[in-house]
Design a protein around this ligand. Structure first.
Ligand code: BGC
Length: 744
């Protein structure tokens, strides 16, 4: 059997889920009193008290995963998640049970437990809403606890440099302030449930192709102001307990043994108090990784088990360094209540999950085009729904983030080509847009055509007042998209239906931007992302006007791949591709991963110009710019006033000039003085303004100094460049009617 691009986590977790029995350790059952049981002590003090009692073996035990031995016949403490650390009953130290949980708890349903599939992360980011980000995390945290987990593996916050990245759907878009802020609130929500939060994949892990071999080249300033800035902001808000270092190398050194990233930046400059956990199989050394700042190897112990112990015994790693790692892990466990609030398995509150998922989906959907106000659908008698399996469900994102569809995917998987495709294949959530549309449009005739036969779809479209084509792009960890273009047959279907019915609306379910060669031929376009377990209902509510769309893009939609900073995806040479052909067991697989692969290079020479900053600097039109999204009402901006200071006060008026109530996401950008050497504009704040028809509101945005500073490599500090700053406000990065110049 030959496996390509194997996703370790999924493979491991899938295999484990059936095989593991969760054995309670007798010592864990009675709550014994220890010196560190005193809740009035600080997490640091409590951690130090434990460390004093620990043997070297016990310390080492905390620094690595329980290993793949949990698949073996003996008892295992694994709860069936992607990874865990063992408990130490003698000292009352509980196991850390980790589960992937980017947009919901994964693998829970495989054990017969339900978990809520929320809209994917990039989708949810389009709500630009810190409150719903918090609710998103809270729900994930609650459902993790329900299922016996006390650490989340989610929180993807890499900025999208390469939108064809198969994990774009798991991240929060292309702007460090927006992504960092939203992810910070998600993780704060997770941690509110006594579950350790996690940010990943640290850092510059921007594509899946050759992810464990790629050597990313980027200068410090570009890193600090883009990806690393997003991590910094997210950490500042959430105090997330875990940061997962990534598979790739950065400037020649693996991320998980990169002292610049782990120690100089994360632990020193960001003042990170939690622990660094390696991505699954991303540890490649013992002493080197330990010195660099890696605290925990997952999922096994190739390096941070016996090897690390030997390194301590031989003196190449000091016990003080081991204590530092252990301290970080224990203090994080105390800080998040792992000792004081043990998990209690409970049935998740499905209705509550549905309500949260639907609300977030409704806030996430972005109306991209609405020619002649074709939407919302009012007074229509006949609607032809076409394609995208809209009769049975909505698409979801794959890989370790995959939340299982309750009851199984209503669209059967294609025949498996190999072991991986048995587990990694498109899954639809059973939430049918067709059913929801029929219910919302009770008086109308709503038909469905699969779109498999273009002629039949055209005939259906011709007979209807309105045609709605559902198109999609499936995305998953471990594979990048070859292009942002939809599959040719989907583009053909859209063209043909649009030629047959001038009121054709396209609903997209994608995890990345999509190109739209047919944009001028269709009347409407709605981006629904992977909208989760209530996606069908949310889409129908937006299409029929029960919900007025508010979402705005957290990512630029380019006209074509040719406009991207890297027009073609950089692929690994054959020598940098893993050979798993001799793999007989997961252990063999892990050994291959641990050994590492010859590097290949990607130069991120677009530097600071990530996302919209690239298009602005290169003066390239976008198909839809960052921050863009329409509504069924309209808004007008006026009266900007800016008072510069330590906190710069920006205020302006937004008026709802239409006939429907709506919420406008008003955005504030800054152009820095030329001498700062920055791209033309950066987002410095936003506000959500809820407005009744005809209502005006004054919107105030406070801009802290750090949103205007630039990173100075020579002094390793952030500087406010003296000069003139243009502050702009409006409805997207390319529609900024208000501006005022201030000096600093
Ligand atoms: C993924 C991580 C995931 C881990 C555990 C890795 O392959 O890159 O995002 O958390 O597996 O499943």
């Amino acid at each position: 059997m030959r496996l390509r691009n194997v996703n370790i986590a999924t493979l491991v977790a899938v295999l484990l889920s059936g095989a593991c029995a969760y054995a309670q350790f007798p010592g864990m059952q009675q709550a014994k009193h220890y010196a560190w049981s005193d809740k009035s002590l600080s997490p640091d003090a409590r951690a130090d008290l434990v460390i004093k009692e620990m043997t070297l073996d016990e310390k080492i035990l905390l620094l690595h995963g329980g290993g793949l031995g949990m698949m073996s016949t003996g008892p295992s403490e694994s709860n069936g998640g992607a990874g865990y650390t063992r408990s130490i009953p003698r000292l009352g130290i509980p196991a850390i049970q980790m589960a992937d949980s980017a947009y919901g708890v994964t693998l829970g349903a495989m054990k017969g437990r339900y978990s809520t599939a929320l809209p994917n992360n990039l989708g949810a980011a389009s709500a630009w809403d810190t409150e719903s980000a918090y609710e998103y995390g809270q729900l994930i945290g609650r459902e993790l606890r329900n299922q016996g987990y006390n650490m989340s593996l989610g929180g993807g916050v890499n900025l999208t440099r390469e939108p064809r990245n198969g994990r774009t759907f798991e991240y929060q878009g292309e702007d460090p302030l927006l992504a960092g802020t939203l992810d910070g609130w998600v993780e704060k929500g997770v941690q509110s449930q006594h579950v350790i939060g996690d940010l990943k994949h640290y850092a510059m892990n921007d594509q899946e192709s050759g992810r464990d071999a790629v050597n990313v080249h980027a200068d410090k300033r570009s890193m600090r102001e883009t990806d690393l800035r997003a991590f910094e902001i997210a950490l500042g808000i959430s105090d997330a307990g875990g940061v997962m270092c990534s598979y790739n190398r950065v400037n020649g050194t693996y991320a998980c043994e990169n002292s610049y990233l782990l120690t100089d930046v994360l632990k020193k400059d960001f003042n990170f108090k939690g622990f660094v956990v390696s991505d699954w199989g991303a540890t490649h050394s013992d002493a080197k990784a330990s010195h660099a700042g890696l605290d925990m190897e997952q999922p096994g112990d190739f390096f941070f088990g016996e090897n690390l112990k030997k390194a301590v015994q031989s003196g190449s790693v000091s016990e003080a360094e081991i204590n530092e790692h252990v301290h970080r892990i224990l203090r994080t466990m105390f800080a998040n209540g792992l000792f004081d609030y043990p998990t209690k398995t409970e049935v998740p509150d499905v209705d509550r999950g549905y309500a949260v998922a639907q609300k977030i989906a409704e806030n996430s959907i972005v109306l991209l085009k609405n020619g002649h106000n074709v939407l919302p659908l009012t007074g229509v008698r006949t609607v032809a729904v076409i394609g995208g399996h809209a009769d049975v469900g909505v698409l979801s994102g794959g890989g370790s983030a995959q939340v299982s569809a309750p009851g199984g995917s209503p669209v059967p998987p294609p025949p498996a080509k190999d072991m991986m495709s048995m587990f990694i294949h498109p899954q639809w959530m059973p939430s049918s847009p067709l059913r929801a549309l029929k219910s919302n449009l009770a008086g109308a005739q709503v038909t469905y055509d699969s779109g498999d036969d273009v002629a039949a779809a055209v005939a259906a479209a011709k007979k209807a007042d309105v045609a709605i084509v559902f198109a999609y792009q499936w995305e998953t960890e471990s594979q990048d998209l070859p292009t942002l273009d939809l599959a040719p047959e989907q583009n053909k279907l859209i063209e043909a239906v649009a030629a047959a019915n001038s009121k054709t609306i396209v609903v997209l379910e994608t995890g990345s931007p999509a190109t739209m060669p047919w944009i001028d031929k269709v009347a409407g376009v709605v981006e629904a992302w992977y909208p989760g377990i209530r996606g069908g209902e949310a889409i129908a509510n937006v299409l029929t006007g029960a919900v007025n769309p508010t979402g705005k893009l957290a990512i630029t939609f380019p006209r074509s791949d040719a406009d991207l900073p890297h027009p073609t995806l950089v692929l690994p040479p054959p020598s940098s591709k893993p050979d798993y052909s001799h793999m007989k067991s997961i252990d063999d697989f892990m050994k291959v991963a641990a050994k590492g692969l010859p590097p290949f290079d990607i130069a991120y020479d677009e530097g600071l110009k990530v996302g919209y900053k690239w298009y602005d600097a290169e003066k390239k039109p976008a198909l839809f710019p960052f921050g863009f999204g329409l509504s069924y009402t309209t808004y007008a901006y006026s009266g900007l006033s800016v008072t510069a200071g330590e906190t710069t006060k920006v205020s302006f008026t937004v008026k709802n000039t239409g006939k429907r109530a709506g919420t406008e996401i008003a955005q504030v950008y800054a152009s820095l003085p030329d001498s700062a050497g920055e791209p033309p504009r950066r987002l410095i704040g936003w506000a959500r303004a809820e407005l009744a028809p005809g209502e005006s509101k004054q919107v105030s945005v406070d801009v802290s100094r750090d949103r205007l500073t630039v990173y100075d490599e020579a002094s390793n500090s952030w500087k406010l460049v003296p000069g003139k700053y243009v502050i702009l406000a409006g409805s997207s990065s390319r529609d900024l009617p208000l501006q005022q110049t201030v000096s600093f």
